[in-house]
Design a binder for this molecule. Structure first.
Ligand code: SF4
Length: 358
């Protein structure tokens, strides 16, 4: 099966599948105006697009479809879910899907073969829902690993907010909303440096978590993302612009020589990051999990990545709550690797507080 790995612009949108109400909304119109050359195809539901989802032919176009297709939908169910790891709460999504193409990404696990960005256009309702949720929580009663004083809301569980900001103002609207809520804080992980976000004036109420892994792994696995050294180099600018800057050390992929390359990465962070970034930084560590269906899809477009990701000798099966056949590193190997990585942090980046590791 041919694999098209030539560099391509992040967006070259040719087709926009849109629910009529989403296309007619102010946010929908903003997206349509940004891509005036795109063909608009009306759909009943952003979840049911047979031409797009579950079409095995799309495996060959896995990365290309992310730049050429967008979906506009109205998010029907609005709820903030408790989390307790990356954040106290997972905010209702403002988008689902991503134009980047990390080979291990869990977002497409629920969407069949193609995973372009669906923009949820009812951002005003999403913000209003969050405002009510924040108000009902009141003050945070006690510090936890998410934050000492603020309720933290992850606004990018199924998307990359820095990439979404290239398409429309959903990310900007969320950052602006959170700066008015002194008891809460937005948070999102990203693998894309979008300097437009520097102008949003978050006033400390948005935490950006730059995802990092050794550059050698990222070059193979983080397809279409900003190179790791550029993500590190951007951290100081984001802090100066009013963001809290944390790091998402993930996924940790076990392979020959992983300790050496993580040590080098931590050493590079220690060298490159300004003292002010180090003073407020924290990190989460997430060991790789993978999934049989995604493994089979990846074999169709990026088999080299699977040599690193699919390691049955090191991994064990775990059927998740929704029935997905996931795999994770076996418990003993995982615990030993986490202890080793914590040791490397103590040695090369002792200023980096680990919020949690799993
Ligand atoms: S940046 Fe995040 S959401 Fe986008 S493909 Fe990578 S892991 Fe998935």
């Amino acid at each position: 099966m041919p694999t098209d790995r030539r560099p391509m612009p992040l967006f070259h949108v040719r087709e926009i599948f849109a629910e009529p109400a989403a296309a007619a909304s102010p946010r929908g119109r903003q997206v349509l105006e940004r891509f005036p050359g795109a063909r608009v195809v009306e759909v009943d539901s952003h979840w049911r697009i047979p031409h797009l989802h579950g079409n095995a032919g799309n495996v060959e176009r896995w990365a290309r479809i992310k730049s050429e297709v967008l979906v506009l939908g109205v998010k029907k169910t609005l709820a903030a879910r408790p989390n307790g790891r990356s954040a106290d709460w997972i905010a209702p999504s403002s988008a689902n899907g991503c134009a980047l193409a990390c080979a291990y990404c869990y977002v497409p696990r629920r969407k069949g073969y193609a995973n372009p960005i669906t923009v949820f256009t009812n951002i005003d309702r999403i913000v209003a829902h969050l405002a009510g949720h924040v108000r009902r929580q009141g003050r945070k009663p006690a510090p936890n690993q998410c934050d000492p004083t603020a309720w933290v809301y992850d606004i990018g569980e199924n998307n990359d907010c820095s990439v979404d900001a290239l398409i429309c103002d959903n990310t900007a609207d969320l950052v602006r909303a959170f700066r008015g809520w002194p008891t809460a804080k937005a948070s999102f992980a990203t693998k894309w440096v979008n300097r437009d976000l520097l102008a949003l004036d978050p006033r400390g109420r948005t935490r950006i978590r730059f995802s990092l892994m050794p550059p050698a792994d990222a070059r193979l696995l983080d397809v279409r993302t900003t190179p790791v050294p550029e993500r590190i180099a951007a951290a100081g600018d984001f802090l100066d612009a009013g963001y809290e800057v944390h790091f998402n050390l993930s996924p940790v992929v076990l392979r020959a020589g992983w300790q050496r390359d993580w040590a080098e990465l931590l050493h590079r962070m220690d060298d490159m990051l300004p003292a002010a970034v180090k003073a407020q930084a924290a990190a989460e560590i997430i060991m790789l999990t993978h999934n049989r269906e995604l493994h089979e899809v990846n074999l169709g477009w990026h088999p080299k990545a699977e040599e690193l990701l699919w390691r049955p000798a090191l991994q064990e099966a775990k059927t998740s709550g929704n029935g997905a056949r996931n795999v994770r590193y076996r418990a003993a190997g995982k615990a030993a690797a986490l202890a080793e990585l914590r040791g490397l942090i103590d040695r090369y980046a002792p200023w980096l507080r680990v919020r949690y590791a799993f």
